[in-house]
Write a protein that binds this ligand. Structure first.
Ligand code: HAS
Length: 551
């Protein structure tokens, strides 16, 4: 097996891009966190009620957009540029970097103006006929177009690298980033069509729109979106956890199989968000249930791959017995706890995803606080906490600042994890008992079942612990950037993508490197997944309804 040599490249433009995107992403954390704690208090019976009912919907929209869309998207662009440029030892086009930054920033500012002025209380799913300011939709469209400019440059780089190096394997982290952006390529056109052809005319001219069509286009985007969030985190786990532990990843092949499964199965599943929507045949919903179980499989492969890597490391450190090796792992280390605790949160959030996807069980949990528990552990736990840990590691390794009080960051990771676990337990149980999500008032004029109350309160206590963990982590990152001692790091970089060994393809493993085939398969399967629902909607005839402006 031979490996590629290395050559030195100037990454100034990529580093500038990564630093700017990470700073924007970082600034979203305190803002989104503030919205989060306000809505948590507002919705908990017996807790202070800090905002009006109407402001609650502004805050809820802000919380979702700021954290689930803006925080994640900027981080993902930044980490993608960092990983791909270094692993493939190449440069991005400056035009693409600057153009995507300008468009995504402009889009974010327009959407922020609309939300903060209270004229876009449409939540991050912006279901019509609820209508908001045109600025919100135009901002969202610009944000997506900006990401496309960046995405096509990622594809350009990887395609030309592959052409120049047909006999070499795409390194695992770059492979993960490639699949992330292929998922985005397949996910975003329908939501762009929804926004540009339906929602912008609706908000500008009062045009009527078909609600079911809009929701279906949204969820074509909405479910692959969650894997767009997840895969950069998975890439960081696969890359960094073995390095922290000093052992190889259990199976690189299994990692690539997982990426391929995520890629091909992440789109034709969106109907599992619409099980209760009338107008879509139960057969099609059932088909999307089956494909949802396919897309859960790569996460189980990831669980196996990571666990096997951990066990190998724990036993190499002298761990014995069935579970003895777990205690030999470096649970107090910043990098390990920052990357492993999100995986543990994912185990909890992922399993509830399987319940959500089960056709009948979904009717029990849909639109309840159960779902809030699920997605806080997945996107708020697995993804966000991994991104925060990576920001801290990069503050040291890329910006060259010694992390201020690393023990405090470790405490922040644990508080986040324990708090989110308590939050999810409270919200799961309240949800099973019927407590709704997305409502400013849970009392129903005194008619709400009193059984909800203790579970919502337990959830809120967990939420406060997790919020304090977030404040601690934001504080440590800010202190590190502002006051951290300057350091020059030469050899002990954890995220040293420049040092990745790129190996030759061995016999029998070509199929995983045939990414063109998998990309085409992904596009075809996504379209097949939606031919049925769209045919049904159009053949029945559209039912347009007029917009309902924000109250
Ligand atoms: Fe989901 C709703 C189904 C994954 C995010 N999801 C949401 C919403 C969000 C979201 C934001 O079927 C709300 C949308 C809205 O606003 O309405 N989801 C799933 C399924 C999975 C899943 C089947 N979701 C995610 C991920 C997300 C995310 C990932 C973000 C990043 N979800 C649903 C459904 C709904 C839904 C329905 C709609 C519900 C409704 O009615 O509205 C699967 O991909 C999950 C698979 C994951 C696993 C876990 C594997 C475990 C691992 C950890 C192993 C642990 C180790 C540690 C190794 C099977 C990888 C060991 C440690 C030692 C010390 C030993």
């Amino acid at each position: 097996m031979s490996e590629m040599g290395s050559r030195s490249i100037d990454y100034t433009a990529e580093d500038r891009f990564t630093k700017i995107t990470m700073i924007i992403s970082f600034l979203m954390l305190p803002l989104g966190g503030l919205f989060g704690i306000l809505q948590l208090l507002k919705r908990t019976p017996g807790f202070p009620d800090p905002v009006s009912d109407s402001t609650y919907y502004t805050i809820l929209t802000g919380h979702g957009v700021v954290l689930a869309i803006v925080f994640t998207t900027f981080f993902i662009m930044g980490i993608s540029a960092y990983i791909v440029s270094r692993e493939l030892k190449t440069n991005f086009s400056r035009l693409a970097l600057n153009g995507s930054l300008a468009l995504t920033l402009l889009g974010t500012v327009l959407a922020a103006v609309a939300i903060l002025s209270g004229r876009a209380k449409v939540l991050y799913t912006f279901y019509p006929p609820m209508s908001g300011s045109p600025l919100f939709y135009i901002g969202a469209a610009l944000l997506v177009i900006g990401t496309w400019v960046f995405m096509f440059d990622v594809f350009r780089i990887i395609i030309s690298w592959k052409r120049a190096n047909p006999d070499y394997r795409i390194p695992v982290a770059t492979y993960g980033i490639l699949t992330t952006w292929v998922i985005w390529l397949v996910a975003t056109p329908p939501v762009a069509i929804e926004v540009v052809l339906m929602l912008i005319p609706m908000s500008l001219f009062g045009m009527s729109v078909d609600v079911l069509l809009a929701r279906t286009l949204f969820w074509w985007f909405g479910h692959p979106l969650v894997y767009f969030w997840l895969l950069p985190a998975v890439s960081l786990w696969y890359y960094a956890i073995p390095r922290v532990l000093g052992v190889p990843l259990f199976s690189e092949t299994m990692a690539k199989v997982a990426y391929i499964l995520y890629m091909i199965a992440s789109t034709p599943v969106g109907l599992h968000h619409q099980f209760v929507d009338p107008g879509i045949s139960p057969i099609l919903k059932l088909l999307h249930t089956f494909t949802t179980f396919v897309v859960a499989t790569p996460s189980m492969l990831t669980a196996f791959n990571i666990l096997a890597t951990l066990e190998r490391a724990g036993r190499a450190r002298g761990g014995k017995g069935l579970v003895g090796w777990i205690f030999k792992l470096p649970w107090g280390s910043l990098a390990f706890s920052g990357l492993m605790l999100p995986i543990i949160l994912f185990a909890n959030g992922g399993i509830t995803g399987i319940i959500n996807a089960s056709f009948q069980l979904n009717t029990v949990v849909h639109n309840t606080t159960w779902i809030v528990g699920h997605f806080h552990l997945t996107v708020g736990g697995a993804t966000a906490l991994t991104f925060i840990a990576a920001m801290l590691i990069l503050a040291r390794e890329m910006v060259g600042k010694e992390i201020v009080a690393p023990w405090l960051a470790v405490a922040g990771f644990y508080m986040w994890t324990v708090g989110q676990t308590i939050f999810s337990i409270g919200y799961y149980i309240a949800g099973i008992e019927g407590a709704p999500r997305r409502t400013s008032d849970l009392s129903y004029g005194g008619l709400a079942p009193s059984d909800w109350i203790p579970w919502l309160q337990i959830g809120a206590i967990g939420g406060i612990v997790f919020w304090i963990g977030g404040v601690v982590l934001v504080g440590v990152i800010a202190a590190t950037l502002l006051w951290g001692k300057r350091v020059t790091i030469s050899s002990d970089r954890l995220l040293d993508f420049e040092g990745t060994q790129i190996r030759r393809v061995e016999n029998g493993k070509y199929v995983l490197e045939e990414v063109r085939f998998w990309i085409i398969a992904t596009i075809v399967i996504a379209i097949l997944g939606y031919v049925g629902p769209l045919y049904e909607i159009f053949s029945r005839g559209l039912v347009p309804v007029g917009p309902v402006p924000p109250g």
